[in-house]
Design a protein around this ligand. Structure first.
Ligand code: FDA
Length: 325
């Protein structure tokens, strides 16, 4: 019951101001987002990779409101990639990006001016084009240091644009990955299309508040869809990335991989930093590729609220720490 309320709050500016300003928020945030700057996150990356884990790095932020912010997001990733080059981790450290942080949702300049062209020629035709223009240099820089980028999946209204950008990027950088969400009705068809040679696809349950017209609302139905889609990915020719902390789904994934004749380096597990960390180490020790999605940066509000929504105990812990101060 609480999840949808928290997810609605994750899009509220008033709640953003309240939660961000609360002095007790920071220690709770640190559990999921272990740093605000590149200097802070580099030792975290070294620690994780030193333990035999791999990482996918997310500079937190989404729903930006100006082209300048979108360019700043691009530059934050470029700065990170420069630092990663010095660590020589290759594909053990990849990038995850949210296209809304690269300008995807910005109205085209013409639309913003009530449809009337005005002023100097626009630098971009649409948010979609701007996001593609900003993400391309990040994908190029990642390729230069021997790694890749995965496009995160945001709410369902953004996905046609995300898949189109994914397809465009794959023309030059076929290793570019994308995320699909088991809770959406459309995803089984997307998975069949994407389970092709050379593609890299992360399957997750889905973290946004979606209407019943487009998504399963019930946990058991989402889990069943997850298994069906995972079977398609495992039996296909692409590289499946199993994004879940759910112990049942993790053992089903192992069984599906075995039945599909996949070797341990032909798929991987992915989990979020700060969640079920013993399981990260256990899977890596068993010889699995285990990648930790590690978020950092200052604009952590949306990411943090989705983590609270996934597990009510997180919210109780957060609220208790507020009253005990
Ligand atoms: P489930 O929610 O059933 O959790 C299983 C168990 O894991 C819980 O019982 C609990 O023990 C633990 N757990 C899960 N979440 C927790 C939390 N927040 N705090 C503490 N414990 C927790 N979504 C999306 O829409 N777009 C995306 O691009 C991504 N990207 C992504 C990358 C990676 C690597 C992961 C692991 C997840 C995502 N997600 C995502 C989030 C995803 O959609 C989903 O919301 C979470 O993974 C929670 O679902 P689980 O599959 O873990 O199962």
């Amino acid at each position: 019951m609480l999840g949808p309320v928290i997810l609605a709050a994750s899009r509220s500016d008033r709640m953003r101001r309240l939660v961000s300003a609360a002095p007790v928020t920071k220690p709770v945030v640190d559990r999921f987002i272990p740093g605000e700057t590149v200097d802070r996150i580099v030792p975290v990356i070294e620690d994780l990779t030193g333990k035999g884990l791999e990482v996918t790095m997310d500079v937190v932020g989404e729903d930006i409101t100006s082209p300048e912010q979108a360019a700043a997001a691009r530059d934050a990733y470029l700065e990170l990639i420069d630092r990663l080059e010095m660590l020589s981790l290759g594909e053990r450290a990849e990038m995850s990006v949210k296209l809304s942080m690269f300008g995807q949702a910005l109205p085209s300049p013409a639309t913003a001016l009530d449809g009337g062209p005005s002023g100097p020629a626009p630098a971009f035709q649409s948010g979609h084009d701007l996001a593609l223009a900003n993400v391309r240099p990040v994908v190029e820089a990642a390729a230069r240091i021997g790694t890749t980028v995965t496009l995160d999946a945001e709410d369902h209204t953004t996905l046609d644009s995300m898949f189109a950008i994914h397809e465009e990027l794959r023309k030059d950088f076929p290793q570019t990955g994308c995320v699909i969400q088991a809770y959406l009705f459309r995803t089984e068809a997307d998975a069949r299309r994407l389970a092709a040679a050379g593609s890299r696809v992360r399957l997750v349950k889905g973290a946004y508040k979606e209407p019943a017209s487009v998504a399963y609302q019930n946990a058991a139905e989402i889990d069943k869809a997850y298994v069906r889609i995972l079977r398609t990915l495992m039996e296909g020719d692409g590289y499946p990335m199993v994004g879940s902390h759910d112990p049942r789904l993790i053992s089903i994934a192992q069984e599906l991989a075995r039945r599909a004749g996949r070797k341990p380096d032909e798929y991987e597990f992915q989990m979020l930093y700060g969640i079920r960390e013993e399981e990260h180490l256990r899977l890596a020790a068993e010889g699995h590729r285990m990648r930790v999605y590690t978020a950092y940066g200052t604009d952590w509000y949306g990411y943090f609220m989705r983590r609270l929504a996934e597990k009510p105990a997180n919210l109780r812990f957060f609220l208790r720490s507020m009253v005990s101060k």
